[in-house]
Design a protein around this ligand. Structure first.
Ligand SMILES: Nc1ncnc2c1ncn2[C@@H]1O[C@H](COP(=O)(O)OP(=O)(O)OP(=O)(O)O)[C@@H](O)[C@H]1O
Ligand SMILES: N[C@@H](CCO)C(=O)O
Length: 335
């Protein structure tokens, strides 16, 4: 089978079509929803992809340090899986990436790369795969559906992946919700943060999380944000991960005293995330509390105010293929 615009099949080069995809960051778990809840955030990565005669990968931005530019690159490898699934021979690819999402900090950078690659490669072949198929592939690649569901579909996603099949529903948080993240200046890989988790948990902890995660989803669905402080508690992963992030336990215990609706470890960490009902109220106090608590334990961090993002990964039609991706992103004020 040949690729659209690639002439006799896989030949790329000047004139070959390029696609552009914008994909949001995400936070996973939201406390009790371990491997199930995810929320897209208005912090983004952009991917440009086209067919080429020789593979070339260009990375832009401060967040890409250490990301490989050869065929071991995650985006390249995931794109090839799309071609495989669509029955198309592996093409050489021209890929460019710019990202504002910090790597390995718990804000879903790997999910954004996986989802961006799936959506871009699928767009290159005329969207032969359905969103459902992309979600199955993304969940199988990431091994849990929380970050990838949020990055792919936007909003707050509630999902499972049973090893063979993923399903999800999506809700959109209200506009008044603000999200404060404190991003420690050290990396913590998901692999390391999963390694500290026990293989088995007591029944009472499982029951605790079922109740809290269910109430949290109901709080979002009903707009009962007053319930978040009760619901955003976890017994399955945060207690085991807390020793990896000095100051985390104090923040989980006391952030609500400083104006948070609720607080959690973002994904596998080390970022800590607080939900706030309007940052104009006590936002500055909360920000100071997070930074001071981490600093007291020797951890420097950076804060960012974000909003939930209702839209998932999107193919952009207004980028100019004749200018570098970085100029497209900056020239379009990161739209
Ligand atoms: N744009 C990208 N291109 C290629 N590889 C990437 C990209 N973004 C992330 N990765 C890969 O994903 C790894 C980070 O994945 P990891 O799951 O440890 O952290 P995270 O996704 O940022 O955090 P979390 O899953 O807790 O939200 C990076 O070290 C890199 O190998
Ligand atoms: N649910 C995952 C998210 C990180 O990828 C975890 O907490 O390990």
């Amino acid at each position: 089978m040949s690729l659209p615009g690639s002439g006799s099949g896989l030949a790329g080069g000047p004139g070959s079509p390029k696609v552009y995809v914008k994909v949001p960051a995400s936070t996973a778990n939201l406390g009790p929803g371990f491997d199930a809840l995810g929320m897209a955030l208005d912090l983004y990565a952009w991917i440009e992809m086209g067919i080429a005669s020789t593979t070339e990968i260009r990375l832009y931005g401060d967040q890409m340090n250490g990301v490989p530019t050869d065929k071991s690159n995650l985006v390249y490898k995931v794109a090839q899986q799309v071609f495989d699934k669509a029955g198309i021979a592996h093409p050489e690819l021209d890929i460019a990436m710019y990202s504002d999402i910090p790597l390995t900090r718990g804000l879903g950078s790997s999910a954004s790369a996986i989802v961006g690659a799936l959506v871009a490669a699928n767009a290159l072949i005329g969207n032969k795969l359905s969103p459902h198929e992309l979600f199955q592939m993304a969940s199988a690649l990431e091994k849990h559906p929380d970050n990838v569901g949020a990055s792919l579909f936007g909003g707050l996603t509630i999902a499972f992946w049973d090893g063979e099949r993923a399903e999800y529903l999506r809700i959109v948080p209200e506009d008044r919700l603000d999200v404060l993240v404190a991003i420690p200046r050290f990396q913590l890989s998901t692999e390391k943060a999963r390694h500290v988790l026990p293989e088995q948990v007591p029944m009472k902890d499982a029951v605790f999380n079922i109740g809290h995660a269910s109430l949290l989803v109901a709080a979002f669905c009903s707009g009962r944000y007053d319930m978040i402080r009760h619901a955003m508690k976890d017994a399955l992963h945060q207690p085991y991960r807390a020793p990896l992030i000095p100051g985390m336990s104090d923040i989980l215990e006391r952030a609500e005293e400083h104006g948070a609706l609720g607080v959690a470890l973002s994904g596998a960490g080390p970022t800590l995330l607080a939900l706030v009902d309007g940052k104009e109220g006590r936002g500055a106090e909360l920000e100071r509390f997070l930074l001071d608590t981490l600093r007291d334990r020797g951890i420097e961090a950076d804060t960012m105010w974000l909003k939930p993002c209702a839209e998932g990964a999107a193919v952009l039609s207004h980028f100019d293929p004749n200018v570098p991706l970085i100029d497209n992103v900056k020239g379009n004020v990161r739209t």
